[in-house]
Design a protein around this ligand. Structure first.
Ligand SMILES: CSC[C@@H](O)[C@@H](O)C(=O)COP(=O)(O)O
Ligand SMILES: [Zn+2]
Length: 211
């Protein structure tokens, strides 16, 4: 496959990357992004490891197979967390997955980490996840931040139940996926809104325990 064969996906991922960078969601080189290029066999573009994702270069992404191995000779290393993106693309029809570290997602993951999840109700933005009914709830699982990435990917894997979803990794960040880049970004923004809301509410009400 030549660059021409996936220039659309490249440009789309570059655009999302720029928009997330504009939000300052890539502090300290954190974060990684992936977009599907083909389904059978699975192939996807993923961010190169260790780079400042706020910068735009011709070496921002590399093409990898379903196991996250580069499909072409390259000096670039795929993201350290490529295996999580692999799990998503292998187990669903998702087209794009996004991983960012923010202070709100980290604080929420720590506050609610012992519960293993956080649930939102009576919040307009849960509609982003197709929760349209008045009694609907949105639950985001929180998993342990295993340093061993295959172990982390194993714990992450059962939560990939559909073409869209979100998982918090405790004191690390969030991984969100959707059918395409537009949807993945929408879901990520909805999650970050909900986290910021929850933290503001706890602060303003002076609530010490998670509710
Ligand atoms: C430098 S801290 C962040 C990393 O440990 C990791 O969690 C991360 O999100 C970025 O890793 P990367 O290999 O660049 O995709
Ligand atoms: Zn990370």
């Amino acid at each position: 496959m030549s660059r021409n064969d996936y220039s659309t996906q490249w440009d789309e991922l570059a655009q999302v990357k720029k928009e997330l960078a504009d939000r300052d969601w890539f502090m300290g080189t954190s974060g990684n992004l992936a977009i599907r290029v083909s389904t059978s066999p699975t192939a996807f573009l993923v961010t190169a490891s260790g780079k400042d994702k706020r910068k735009q270069t011709d070496e921002d992404f590399l093409l990898v197979d379903e196991r996250g191995e580069p499909l072409k000779e390259t000096s670039l290393r795929p993201s350290a967390e490529t295996l999580l993106h692999s799990k998503i693309f292998q187990s669903s029809q998702a087209g794009c997955s996004l991983h960012v570290h923010t202070v709100p997602n980290n604080v929420v993951s720590e506050l609610y980490g012992d519960r293993g999840e956080i649930t939102f109700k009576d919040q307009e933005l849960i509609k982003a996840f197709d929760k349209w009914q008045e009694d609907d709830t949105l639950t985001i699982p929180i998993i342990h931040n295993h340093a061993h990435i295959p172990r982390l990917a194993e714990e992450f894997s059962p939560y990939v139940k559909g073409d869209k979803g979100a998982v918090l990794i405790r004191n690390h960040g969030i991984t969100v996926w959707g059918r395409n880049a537009f949807e993945a970004k929408k879901l990520l923004e909805a999650c970050e809104f909900l986290f910021q809301y929850q933290l503001s509410l706890l602060t303003l009400k002076n609530i010490k325990q998670p509710i």
